[in-house]
Design a protein around this ligand. Structure first.
Ligand SMILES: NC(=O)c1ccc[n+]([C@@H]2O[C@H](COP(=O)([O-])OP(=O)(O)OC[C@H]3O[C@@H](n4cnc5c(N)ncnc54)[C@H](O)[C@@H]3O)[C@@H](O)[C@H]2O)c1
Ligand SMILES: [Zn+2]
Length: 680
């Protein structure tokens, strides 16, 4: 997607051809994650932006349109193990606009339709953030509930739907009609569910909509029953069967029949009324118990609606106005400092929880003391929170008018929160560090790193287990892992024989790893997975490496003096030497068996061309480069049109300028480090 910077209006046909394939692939992938797996990896408006671009390219170059483009398809495939259901009347998606101007344009175009006489009366409704649901009644009895799926084929969720309290099993009249609406999870239930899942160590849902979808699309209705799902019904395709003529009447009629219908709809006739409604609900949005992501405008007269009809993907009689990305005020309650593996001590703001773009946010990184001082964030301050890069919660600014009178500048700690030793700034780094080698926080992080996938790859040894092993004094360094017994493991919380055996097996297997994994796992500063591989491919044996000088190490192709010195200093340390001896006694393999450190091909970074520029704060350039390469990215020295991402640290110069000129995606360090965390 190299041309992304070029406005669609200026694209040549060749450029458009080049861009459109990968763009479609990306959108289809996001769609799959969102619709089928209920687990999106990007925020909605990241998706929307790319989707809009695809729409525009296809409009400008109709010859590039294909029937399998995501712009021609509704949702995802009904791929789960649930039984499939065919929708006699397709369940469609909806067009969207992002401003009142665009909405007015849509209305004008619609009213100028030569075949249909459109009277400008609209019914406005809230756009509920859930998933579409179809309910079929025969003779007044609920006979089928289904999801939208790809619009033509959905999933049968009848038994699951029967567990939802707001869905009537029987209507007061013997009607045979299909009703449609939204199944959603109230905000509070969503927050509770996620908190529960976090406690249980299960993955959390990205937003209420995905939580609702994940809960409704269950094989076992008992699971659905435990989730707090609710519904708002809003559409009857065969409205004649209800004897109504307008959308507003249809809603009233559904209410009479015992459905839950959202009370906030309003019939409007002009721009002013539309704007009033939008403004009103933009403001009220946060007070609602359920998530809404916009406003739906529908032609009120149902005969007109029918005459306008649909495209293959969206109705011509309705449109969604999407709310702009959010910013929320909240209050700083605490600033927490955490110690990383390299002793890097970083502040995190802890705030009153707020709903931000569909998720509950209560923490945001403040990165380092300089950043904190620059923002002048203080305890008790009211701040505005938004999602940087559409994903990362970030404090945009302090609301000074609300600063308490007795407020004082925040005091940066001088001592390590984990071991109480004095914190320092190493060679002019912005980062604060604890340099106590016995610091428990660092050792625990070090253990987690040692066990991680690209290092010793010890499955089952996560942070919670490490914490317990540490607290029970069962281990104090990585060598201790190899002395653990089943008996000891059985004393851990919720640890049965099976978990104990599994963990012991993975620890045992790790003894045979090729040595570059061990070298990387030791967590020597600047030595990433790739550097470890290059070094061990050259020295072959850990003893050889330990006998080598900084110069000899730096002489290895691809390894610079910083790494050379760091490795030499590390192995010169007596404590390190006795650790290595212990590891040898434990039977660890010290030789290079040919590279086994995998390049992570499933990573989003695989195949991306990345340029690093400027000074990074949380990590060194080498660390960043190694990490990127281990995730399949190609790190190059200069910016060109082929570059996918430029990661710009502080004081970035000409490369940044060039990237901006070429419109290459520029990321700051925060965004990158967040992405790194998400890949772990
Ligand atoms: N983050 C991601 O990776 C990702 C991927 C795919 C799609 N998405 C998001 O999904 C959305 C597109 O999905 P879509 O095609 O399902 O469209 P949509 O969800 O934006 O709009 C259509 C749906 O709105 C719902 N709706 C809610 N209230 C309604 C009301 N009062 N009247 C009528 N319909 C109402 C219906 O279920 C309907 O199917 C976009 O917001 C997009 O950002 C995100
Ligand atoms: Zn410490």
């Amino acid at each position: 997607m190299d041309n992304q910077s070029i406005p669609v209006a200026q694209l040549t046909l060749d450029q458009a051809k080049e861009e459109i394939g990968p763009l479609r692939k990306q959108i289809a992938q996001w769609g799959k994650e969102y619709y089928e797996q209920d687990s999106p990896t990007v925020e909605d408006y990241v998706y929307d932006r790319q989707y809009q671009r695809l729409v525009q390219i296809e409009q400008r170059f109709p010859e590039l349109q294909t029937p399998d483009s995501p712009t021609q398809q509704v949702g995802g495939e009904a791929e789960s193990q649930l039984t499939k259901v065919r929708h006699e009347i397709p369940m469609l998606s909806m067009g969207d606009v992002f401003s009142i101007e665009e909405l007015m344009d849509f209305n004008h175009r619609q009213q100028e339709n030569r075949d249909v006489d459109v009277e400008a009366e609209y019914n406005l409704e809230l756009k509920i953030d859930g998933l579409s649901l179809s309910l079929v009644y025969e003779n007044g009895k609920l006979v089928q509930g289904s999801t939208r799926g790809n619009g033509n084929i959905g999933e049968d969720v009848t038994e699951n739907v029967r567990t939802i309290k707001s869905v009537p099993q029987e209507l007061p009249e013997p009607l045979s009609v299909e009703f449609r609406g939204e199944c959603y999870m109230p905000k509070e239930s969503f927050a509770k569910l996620n908190a529960q899942r976090e406690d249980d160590g299960q993955p959390i849902f990205a937003n209420p909509r995905n939580a609702a979808a994940g809960s409704l699309r269950q094989l076992d209705p008992k699971v659905t029953a435990k989730r707090d799902l609710d519904t708002f019904m809003y559409y009857v395709p065969e409205y004649q069967k209800l004897g109504v003529t307008t959308q507003a009447e249809a809603l009233d009629r559904m209410r009479e029949l015992g459905f839950k219908v959202n009370p906030h709809n309003r019939v409007v006739h002009n721009r002013q009324e539309i704007e009033d409604y939008i403004n009103e609900y933009t403001a009220k949005r946060d007070q609602l118990a359920y998530g809404i992501d916009g406003i739906v405008e529908k032609v009120n007269d149902l005969e007109t609606e029918e005459a306008l009809g649909n495209t293959v993907k969206v109705p011509r009689w309705e449109i969604a106005y999407k709310f702009p990305p959010e910013e929320q005020p909240t209050i700083i309650r605490d600033i927490e400092w955490t110690v990383g593996r390299t002793g890097n001590v970083t502040p995190t703001a802890v705030m009153d929880p707020v709903q931000l773009a569909g998720t509950t946010v209560s923490r945001a990184s403040l990165h380092n003391p300089d950043y904190l001082k620059e923002k002048d964030v203080r305890l008790g301050d009211t701040v505005y929170l938004h999602k940087a890069g559409d994903i990362i919660p970030e404090i945009s600014k302090v609301n000074l008018s609300k600063r308490p009178a007795d407020s004082e500048p925040y005091q940066i700690p001088t001592k390590c929160p984990a071991c109480d030793s004095k914190l320092v700034h190493l060679d002019d780094e912005v980062a604060l560090r604890c340099i106590n080698p016995m610091c428990p926080a660092q050792i625990k992080e070090g253990l987690a790193h040692f066990a991680s996938r690209n290092a010793m790859d010890i499955g089952g040894l996560g942070p919670k287990i490490i914490e317990q092993l540490w607290d029970k004094k069962l281990i104090h360094d990585v060598a201790g892992l190899y002395a653990l017994t089943e008996e000891q493991l059985l004393t851990l919380d919720k640890f049965g024989e099976k978990s104990a055996t599994n963990l012991l097996t993975s620890i045992n297997n790790s003894r045979n790893n090729s040595v570059e994994r061990l070298l990387f796992g030791l967590g020597i500063r600047h030595v990433g997975a790739k550097a470890a591989r290059l070094i061990m491919a050259h020295f072959n044996d850990l003893d050889q490496l330990m006998g080598a000088s900084a110069d000899e190490i730096s002489a290895v192709d691809g390894i610079g003096p910083t790494i050379g010195e760091s490795v030499e200093t590390y192995f010169a340390n007596e404590q390190v030497q006795s650790l290595i001896e212990e590891l040898r006694q434990s039977g660890l393999n010290f030789t290079y068996l040919g590279s086994t450190t995998p390049v992570d091909e499933s990573s989003d970074w695989n195949g991306k061309r990345v340029v690093l520029t400027g000074k990074l704060v949380e990590m060194t350039r080498t660390e960043a480069k190694d990490w990127l390469e281990a995730h399949g990215a190609k790190v190059t020295g200069s910016v060109s049109k082929k570059t996918d991402i430029v990661i710009a640290g502080e004081k970035a110069g000409s490369k940044l300028t060039k990237a901006q000129e070429l419109g290459v995606d520029v990321w700051d360090e925060q965004r990158f480090s967040q992405a790194m965390k998400e890949e772990q």
